[in-house]
Every structure is written in C-alpha cells, then in structure tokens.
Design a protein around this ligand. Structure first.
Ligand code: SAM
Length: 899
C-alpha cells in the first residue's frame, strides 16, 4: 500500500521550490561546513545512501534544478536558438548543442570557482541555484566580492564563540528566502540552530555587498543554550549568540525547545504524565529502540563511516576514540551512523575528537538529523496552533497514511499530479541529454524540448477518475491493534520502519468503498471475540493477519453499476495452532461474516470467502501461498461452489479474477486508461499487439476487436488462467496468453512474430513456458504489418532484458508504456530513447562494478546503455496520465514512444 522512502535523507541545500516536496521527508543537514571536495563526495554518498540518486528526486527538486542547473541560462538558450536557426543541417546543430553544453560547463566552472573562494560547499548539485544567482548577478563585481570574502575557514561553532561573522555562503544559505529558514541548514527540533539560521530573515536579493553590516543588524533569537556559559567561562557576555540561561532562551520556529533546557525536559515529563499518545511500536532492533527511546539524547549523525561496519564496530570505534555517547545505530551497507548524545557537551567533545579523524581521506563530520516526515508534520501542526505546544506528539492519522491528498479539492489534487508528472517528463529530457555519449547527435525531440520548457513531448494532462470517493475495488486491511491496544481491522498508521504498527479503522478514508468499510467492521467484531491472537509484527506471532476485500461490478453502466460480487480473502498464520481449533475458527468466521452481511441494510453481497495461509515474516504472501475456499453458509449452491474468484466488468467485457491476480483497483478509471492506450497504439486489423504484463488479459482483451492478434505475457499463472477464461467468456478468439516472466520470452516471441519464418523461431523459451490461447497454431504464424507493444509492468518497471528486446527489435515501431511509478518509467524511457554511439558494437561494455547497489534506476539504465548494441532509439511522442488513485499522490502515466 503506502510505501515510505528511506527514513533518513541527506543534506539538501536550500531551495524554496524543494521545500514543499521535501516536507514529507526527513533530512540530515550540515552542522558544519566540510571542505568543498569532501562535500561533493558526501553528496554522492548521501544520495546513494538515501537510495535517491537523481531519478528519485522529487518533482519539485527537479523543477528547480531544471530551471537553475541543467537548462542553460536564458540568454544562452536564446543565442543557441538563433545559431540553430542559422544552421542548415544536423551536423551544425550538433556543434551548436556541443557549444551550449561547453558553455554551460564553463559557466559551472566559474561558479564553482566563486564557491571555492567563498569556502562554499557548492560542489553539490542542490546548491546550484544560489550559485547561479551569484554568478549571474555578481558577474561584474565578482572579483571585488571574492577579495572581501577570502579568509581562513572557521568552523561555525568556533565562529559563534569567537564572535566572528560567518562566511558569505553561510549567510546566503541562511538568508536564501524571505522570512524562512533554508531547509538545507535548518536544524531539527531538539537541535541547536546555527547563528545564521536564526538570523535568516532577509532575502539574498536585498543583500548589499557588505553583508556583515546587514547580518549584525538583524535581531537574534537565542534558541540554544550556551554551553560555555553553563561552565561559567563564556567570554562574549551580552554579545554571545547563545542563550545565557533559561530566561534568555526562546523556542525555535518549529515550536520546540533546546532539548538540554529545563523547559524541554519539563515538557517531555508533562507529556509522559498526561499519557501522551504513543503510536510508536517496539522497534526492530535494540539499537533502534535505544536510539528512539532515550528522551534526552541529542541525535546526530556521523558521515562518512565505514560502509561495512556493524553497529558493534561503530560502538567500538567511538569507545576507543573516547567519544562519549548514549547510544548509536548503524546499518551495515550505509556510510551514515546515528549517534545519540546526552547533552551539548558530549556533542562538542565528539566533534572535537572526530575532527581529527579521517576516513578514506574524509573528515568524519557530525551532522544534524532532521525529523522524519510525520514528526515534522506534527510539529508543523503545533506551529499552526493545531497541536499541543511544545509536545512532539508523533500522531499520524489514518488519512495521513492512506489518503494524504484527501484534504485537497479534487481539482487541486489533479493540478498537483499534473505538476509532478511534468517534472518527471522534464527529467527524461535532462537525463537523456546527460547520457549522450561524445559525438552523438542530439535527437530532434531533445532539441525541441528546450523550446518546450524541457518537456520531451507534449503532455496532455491528467484524466480525472469517474468516481472520486470509494473507488477502490480492492482493499487490504491489516489486522492488528489500535493505539489503545484494541484489536482493529484497518490501515497501519505508518510503516514498520518508522516504528509504527498501530492500526486505525478505515472509516475516514475517502478511497475505501462503503462495502469494504462494512466488511472491515464486521470482521473486526469477529476477531475481537476470537480466542486466536492477532498478528504481532514485532515478534512475528499471531494468527489473524490480513483481510482483503475485493469487489466486482455488474455489467458496466458507469458510476452507477452496482457491486454484485464480493470476495473476502483472510490471511492467517496457523503455525502452532491445533488444526481442529483452526477449522472450528474458520466455520465460526464464515457463519459470523455471512450472517452479518445478510443482516446489513442493504444486505452486502458476499460470493467468495477464502483463507490464505502465510507463515512468513514479510507482509506479502508468496504467489504460491496455499488458498482454501470456504463454503459460505446460506449461499446458493452451484457446481463450482465454494467459489474462488469474482467477476468484474470493463466496458461490456466480463473478467474473472482469481484471489492473487492483479486487477486495477479503480475499474472505471482503468476503462479510460485502456481505451487511451488503445487509441495511442493506432491499432488496425493488421496489428499484432503485445500485451506485456497482461494480468487477467484486460488490455489485450479490451482491444482485441481492434487488432489482428494479441499476445499477452504474464508471470502469474492464475492470472493467465483467468485471461484465457476471460477470452472464452467474451468469445474472443484472436488472443494468445503466455504464462512466463516477460524477460524469459520477450525476445523469442518478438523473433517468432517478426523475423522467423513459419515454424522457426520457437526457442527454448516456448518449451519451458506454458501458454494457452485461442489462436495457437505454431506452424501457422500469421505475419502482421504493424507490431505494437503495450507494456504495463509492476512498480519496478520492465526487466532490462525486456527493454533490450524491445529496443533491438526495430520492427516494433510503436510502444505504449503504462506506468504506476514515474521513477521506473523514467529509467526505462532513458534506456529506450537514448541514442547510442554507433561504435557500441561489442556487448562488453563496462559494468557498474561494485557500485551497482548504490545506483538508482537511471544510473543503472545509463550503465546498461554502454553495453547495448547500436539500435534505433525510440522517441517520446506524447504523454498523459489517468488518475486511478484520487486522494493519494499516485496516478497512472501513459506514454507513447515511436521510432
Ligand atoms: C501493473 S500489473 C498490470 C496488469 C494488467 N495489465 C492490468 O492492467 O490488469 C503488472 C502485472 O505484471 C505482472 N508481472 C510482474 N512481473 C512480471 C514479469 N517479470 N513478467 C511478466 N509479468 C510480470 C504482475 O503479475 C501483474 O499482473
């Protein structure tokens, strides 16, 4: 359901446009300024650590980056446009583009020089906006400014104590936006802010050349206690930037107090005594538990530390280095460690010691840790007066978790999604441009992207969902305990990684249908009375795990089509429970649910009741987890009862759906999606349509009447069985469904239908994969003029082998890509669309080596392109989205590629 990203994110330097997108992401920010080079390395490391290399950056980030970094400055664009206009042939265009790239590089170099002069950490991509602002605004006066700002680098902490002014960059970062602290250097609640952050109240545009004057005239908020004053040796007296005692101390802009202060401690105590709502479950490891539960600990992170260190090794290192700390946590494979300190003194001591330590030539830097998304949200609520002042409640509602956009009007939701998709599309242009090898001509679509605000193709907007509320035909309810310990059937309030296992009823979730809500309530009543325990994620014990409610509409008559069939799948773990007890419990369950459904007003349809046995730890049951269909008391007996599937309708077609088969959760919006994909695929009776990842055959079958033949590929065998049955149910005879992973058969199927003569081309893939279909005469393959693929892969996107097959089979001229995950679409599109060096003739390109684990999708895609044999790339032609998931941030994207 809702998948959260990594818990920790890495320093991103301020950019107003990033802030909104970042709101929901915890961050780690720079406490001190390491040298530029170090920062660059850190940034790379950081991005990797956070699992968010460029292709996973938020839309807002990329927007700003598009504007400030990757697209050349306006005037350059203009001049290139003019030059381009004069050039008569592609060769010349390429030269111009080459120049443009060079000029941008030169510009960047100059900017980095400025940054170096300022002792700035500008090597990171994120800092480019201010960098460019500098270079553009200050081109003329650069030398003058340089001279003024040169000087020895002084650590912020030392500066604070010595009363020295901060270097210009710090001032700039802090003052980037009017009245707002820049995200990149802001501190978390519980962390002292740097002086510059507190002062950050004026716009950089307003900065006169003598920055120090301005800075000193801005009133300071003393939100951190002075540790020197506490020890009785602060020599700054009234001029000190830190609070001398509680009386001088002010709350931070986020409403929290310096955690070492009495105020913070007493607030924390109050929160405990007033029985503060704790949604936090016991967390996975002792270290995590320590880290999160030590109330007074100041949380910091260290970077970089050895990737292979275990927590024990980190502990050993800190102890041997005489670093005092309360708790520490490090995951193997990451270069960031989290350390909890008792007070500021311990932090200062650690900084001093670690400052002298280097790791692979880098200093180990102590950085702040920003709150995680929901902690931040709680503190934002406090800021807006909606929360209890001074108390970090960590409260998250079920709507925050499940329908985060539900508070917006539907129009606003669509417009937000439109904006996000535009950013993804722009990143396709940028990433493709970046991936162009030396001497490769820029394709026309990339050249025109520059005139279209960076869009690689026209974006035709987001189609609204016909049904906005209660649209889901499938809901997966967790069975667990609510905050107060009551057994509950609903949604988990956060992820297990966040330490949250509390479950809340789905009553406020706008995407859940009333039927699903009713069944959740019915089932909740049953398990509350059951003697068998509910599943406990902390010790992986319990019986009742999950309730899945699937609904099927009667013949489609738009939004008013009634729900005719309902399937309940109850996931259990019967380990250690006597089988007789289990069967008795199943009987009781069937009786309770069927009686309650019949007694409801109006009565609830219930046509299939299935138990899925899953004994593993992970939430997701394997495809072969045993399923048992239970008889439903009082249900009409038919030849195939108990029934283990339901039916839904798309248009006039009827679809059988097995318990584990995929079916789009918003049937009415899916209808629009498939028809759009069909229109864009330009289907004719002479078309062979590959429906890649076909599920129950929805796309192929709904378009079968418009093509000569459909070949569907799907790895879930029961979905393939459904697809074959669905062809039969709807009297469709021109479809063949292959039960296999697409990566195992894509190439052989393409060969079979495009290049091989009749009877040839039946390769190993065919033998080992079962197939079924209505037009299955292998020796009589029909040839088609037009070969088209519609791919609708899972969230991870297409397998590289499938991408390669699609790219290399140039008979395939049109490809419609449907995606529920813009990030994987982006990575796949880069692989399909990047022009290759004609000398890419060997397949022995350099692999990503040991770094592959840390590369994002686009990075890996680019790496694979080095090995891709020369082939005509696809060109993005148009894009559109269909909103299948109102009230959430997701939607389905459709993109047409041609060549
Ligand atoms: C997003 S669903 C789309 C299903 C179908 N097109 C529809 O709209 O109902 C993705 C489907 O891909 C299937 N799938 C996942 N990995 C696959 C693979 N490697 N090869 C073939 N099918 C795969 C899943 O089982 C699932 O049915």
């Amino acid at each position: 359901m809702v998948r959260t990203k990594k818990l920790w994110r890495i320093p991103k330097v301020p950019k107003e446009s990033k802030r909104a997108a970042k709101e929901s992401e915890p961050q780690i920010v720079l406490d001190e300024e390491p040298p530029t080079k170090q920062l660059k390395t850190e940034h790379e490391e950081d991005s990797k650590l956070a699992g968010e290399i460029e292709e996973t950056e938020t839309a807002m980030e990329s927007d700003a980056r598009a504007a400030m970094e990757e697209e050349p400055p306006e005037e350059q664009l203009e001049s290139v446009k003019e030059e381009d206009g004069k050039r008569k042939n592609k060769r010349k265009k390429k030269d111009a583009a080459g120049k443009l790239e060079q000029r941008t590089e030169v510009q960047d170099k100059v900017d980095v020089e400025v940054a170096l002069e300022f002792e700035l950490p500008t090597a990171t991509e994120e800092e480019q906006p201010s960098k460019q602002l500098n270079s553009r605004q200050e081109e003329g006066g650069k030398e003058k400014v340089k001279k003024k700002k040169r000087g020895p680098v002084v650590e912020p902490e030392l500066r604070a104590e010595s009363g020295e002014e901060p270097p210009a960059k710090q001032v700039k970062l802090g003052l980037e936006e009017d009245g707002k602290n820049s995200e990149g250097i802001s501190s978390s609640p519980g962390e002292p802010r740097t002086e510059q952050e507190e002062e950050g109240r004026i716009s950089i545009k307003a900065l006169p050349s003598d920055l120090s004057g301005v800075v000193s005239s801005v009133p300071r908020l003393k939100t951190s206690l002075c540790s020197y004053f506490r020890k009785g040796n602060c020599r700054h007296g009234d001029q000190c930037r830190y609070a001398h005692g509680e009386a001088e101390l002010k709350p931070r802009p986020d409403g929290t107090w310096d955690p070492t202060s009495d105020t913070a401690k007493s607030l924390a105590r109050d929160a405990e005594t007033t029985n503060e709502v704790k949604l936090v479950a016991p967390v996975t490891t002792a270290e995590e538990a320590d880290f999160d539960s030590v109330e007074t600990a100041i949380k910091k992170c260290l970077q970089p530390v050895h990737r292979r260190w275990t927590n024990q090794e980190l502990k050993k290192f800190l102890t041997e280095s005489n670093v005092e700390f309360v708790t520490c946590k490090k995951r193997k494979g990451e270069t960031t460690a989290f350390v909890g300190f008792q007070d500021e003194d311990q932090v200062a001591n650690a900084k001093k010691i670690l400052d002298e330590k280097t790791f692979s030539g880098h200093k180990i830097v102590v950085k702040d840790v920003l709150p995680r998304a929901w902690e931040k949200k709680a503190s934002d609520e406090m800021d807006t007066g909606e929360g209890v002042e001074g108390v970090t409640t960590r409260v998250k509602t079920v709507c925050d978790a499940v329908t985060p956009l539900g508070h917006l009007s539907y129009e606003e939701q669509l417009s937000r999604k439109r904006g996000d998709i535009e950013q993804v599309l722009k990143r396709l242009s940028r990433n493709t441009r970046k991936g162009l090898g030396a001497g490769i001509l820029m394709p026309d679509w990339l050249l025109t992207a520059r005139d279209n605000g960076g869009l690689p193709c026209p974006f035709e907007g987001v189609l609204a969902s016909p049904l906005v509320d209660g649209y889901r035909n499938k809901c997966e309810f967790t069975i667990g305990c609510a905050v107060d310990g009551t057994r509950t059937v609903g949604f988990q309030l956060g992820s297990f990684r966040e330490g949250i296992i509390a479950v809340a009823e789905p009553t406020d979730c706008r995407n859940v249908s009333s039927i699903a809500q009713s069944f959740a309530a019915i089932f909740q009543k049953f398990i509350q009375a059951s003697e068998l325990p509910v599943w406990n994620k902390t010790n992986n014990r319990g019986f009742w795990r999950l309730l899945i409610v699937r609904e099927g509409r009667g013949e489609s008559s738009g939004v008013s089509s009634p729900i005719m069939e309902v399937m309940l799948v109850v996931q259990v773990c019967p380990t250690g429970v006597d089988s007789e007890v289990v069967s008795l419990e199943y009987k009781k369950m069937a009786a309770h649910v069927s009686q309650a459904a019949a007694a409801a007003n109006p009565p609830l349809p219930l046509t299939s009741l299935i138990v899925q046995v899953h004994t593993g730890v992970s939430n997701v049951a394997p495809a072969n987890a045993p399923l048992h269909a239970l008889p439903i008391p009082g249900a009409k007996k038919s030849k195939d009862s108990p029934v283990n599937y339901i039916h839904d309708h798309i248009g006039k077609l009827k679809f059988r759906i097995s318990p584990t088969a995929f079916f789009q959760v918003n049937t009415l919006a899916a209808e629009r999606l498939y028809s759009l994909a069909g229109d864009w695929a330009e289907l004719t009776s002479d078309t062979l349509l590959f429906d890649v990842c076909c599920g129950t055959g929805t796309i192929g079958l709904t378009l079968a009447h418009r093509v000569g033949m459909v070949v569907g590929i799907e790895m879930n065998e029961s979905a393939v069985a459904d697809a074959t049955k669905n062809a039969e149910l709807n009297n469709i005879t021109n479809c063949r469904f292959v039960a296999s992973k697409a990566e195992d058969v894509m190439e052989s199927l393409l060969k079979e239908y495009t290049t091989a003569e009749d009877g040839e081309g039946e390769e190993e893939g065919d033998e080992k994969n079962s197939e079924s279909g209505t037009n299955d005469k292998k020796n009589d393959r029909q040839r088609f003029k037009n070969v088209v693929a519609i791919v609708d892969p899972p969230r991870v996107g297409l397998h590289p082998t499938v991408l390669k097959a699609l790219r290399l089979h140039t008979e395939l001229r049109r490809l419609v890509y449907i995606s529920c995950n813009p990030q994987s679409l982006l990575a796949n599109a880069v692989e399909l669309c990047t022009p290759l060096n004609p000398e890419n003739s060997t397949e022995k390109g350099k692999g990503p080596g040991a770094h592959w684990k840390n590369m994002g999708g686009v990075g890996l895609a680019r790496n694979r392109l080095k090995k891709m044999p020369p082939s005509t790339p696809f060109n993005p032609k148009k894009a559109m989205a269909v909103d299948l998931f109102p009230h959430t941030s997701h939607c389905e994207m459709v993109m047409l590629f041609e060549r």
